[in-house]
Design a protein around this ligand. Structure first.
Ligand code: SAH
Length: 340
């Protein structure tokens, strides 16, 4: 709840308004999950709140720590028994948490493990925030950056994600500034426009993964609804309205989207746009046949883009020993539970 919503609740219980701020601080800043930890709230009020309102915490079902780089992968259990994943990464500038926005995903991207069982449900704003609190509590650190790049399509859960952004940036709460937040989408054009209207200072990442419709439609069913041109037009509108640079994600898949021709076509389509290309050597998923491009192919792809004036970087791979990419841990956990 926002402070205003909490005020309404507490005033309804006959409490003074300032109690709302106290409860907000406990939940949003301290991340407590138990009313008894709210030491400046009178006991009777704690009991009343406890009887009427649950604080749904994410509990750690499984935790894997990378031996290479201390990346931590969490499998969290929610109050209804659903599982979601988050990944905590340590960078020089602080800790970044990659959060999930849905249980599963409906987008059907051919290379992604999160979507294999479809979408079970959207996460609430509180459940997205809860992932940050749970990771902070577990590691005793402060998360300074958030990427909405875990399981799910954030723009397919628009209202809850907007509410999350509002709460996470609240100076009285986690106080994570929009400039430290990235939101990744597979390209849901009307929602990209709606997001642009809000003029947030976050970084919009767009999962492009191919320079043309023939390849992109094979990899991403969403492309049949909003093809490459429509997505790139939406990106141009987004840049115009927000003044922010777009970041394109491009998973490098051997023999599928990594040819010289693909690089040239990509450069031609992005020419003159305020953007950045982030190449991700595709992560092998057991159920999928895709293989990552080799080093020399990657380097050649980069050279072609750079020669044409496109900003390009390669995403550093963290936690590769702990199944750290989208949806893999949840799947293997489920198979274990089902004995599959
Ligand atoms: N639904 C959103 C955000 C979640 S996925 C989106 O599509 O953007 C975050 C990024 O990881 C996306 O760019 C997605 O395409 C990519 N991704 C998913 N599975 C991958 C895999 N096996 N290897 C590399 N990148 C992958």
């Amino acid at each position: 709840m926002t402070i205003e919503e909490l005020e309404a609740v507490l005033c309804g219980l006959g409490e003074p308004k300032y109690r709302a701020g106290q409860v907000f601080d406990w939940i949003q800043r301290s991340g407590v999950t138990d009313y008894d930890q709210m030491t400046n709230i009178p006991k009777e009020l704690r009991l009343k709140l406890y009887q009427k309102y649950d604080i749904f915490a994410c509990t750690i079902e499984k935790k894997l720590i990378s031996e290479y780089d201390n990346t931590v992968k969490y499998l969290f259990k929610l109050h209804d028994g659903s599982f979601i994943e988050s990944v905590l990464m340590a960078y020089k500038y602080g800790y970044t948490l990659c959060v999930s926005t849905q249980v599963g995903c409906n987008m059907g991207c051919a290379f992604c493990a999160s979507t294999l069982g479809g979408k079970e449900r959207d996460l609430t704003a509180g459940e997205i925030l809860g992932q940050i609190h749970a990771a902070q509590r577990d590691r005793g650190v402060r998360v300074s950056h958030v990427v909405l790049m875990g399981m799910g399509e954030p723009l397919d859960n628009f209202e809850n994600v907007m509410r999350f952004l509002d709460l996470v940036a609240s100076p009285r709460g986690l106080n994570i500034g929009m400039r430290n937040i990235s939101l990744s989408t597979c390209g849901i054009v009307p929602r990209m426009d709606e997001l642009a209207q809000r003029k947030l200072q976050l970084t919009l990442s767009v999962s492009l993964h191919a320079p043309n419709d023939a390849i992109r439609s094979r990899l991403m069913p969403v492309n049949r609804r909003w093809p490459v041109d429509a997505v790139l037009d939406a990106c141009r509108r987004y840049i115009r309205l927000t003044g922010r640079r777009i970041s394109f994600e491009y998973a490098m898949i051997r023999g599928v989207n990594d040819s010289d021709d693909c690089a040239r076509e990509l450069a031609a389509r992005l020419k003159g746009m305020l953007c950045h290309v982030n190449l991700i050597p595709v992560n092998a998923v057991r159920e999928r046949q895709f293989v990552r491009s080799d080093r020399s192919r990657l380097e050649r792809f980069i050279r072609i883009l750079e020669q044409r004036g496109i900003n390009v970087t390669v995403r550093r791979s963290l936690g590769s020993d702990i199944n750290a990419s989208c949806g893999q841990l949840r799947r293997s956990h489920r198979e274990e539970m089902e004995g599959g």
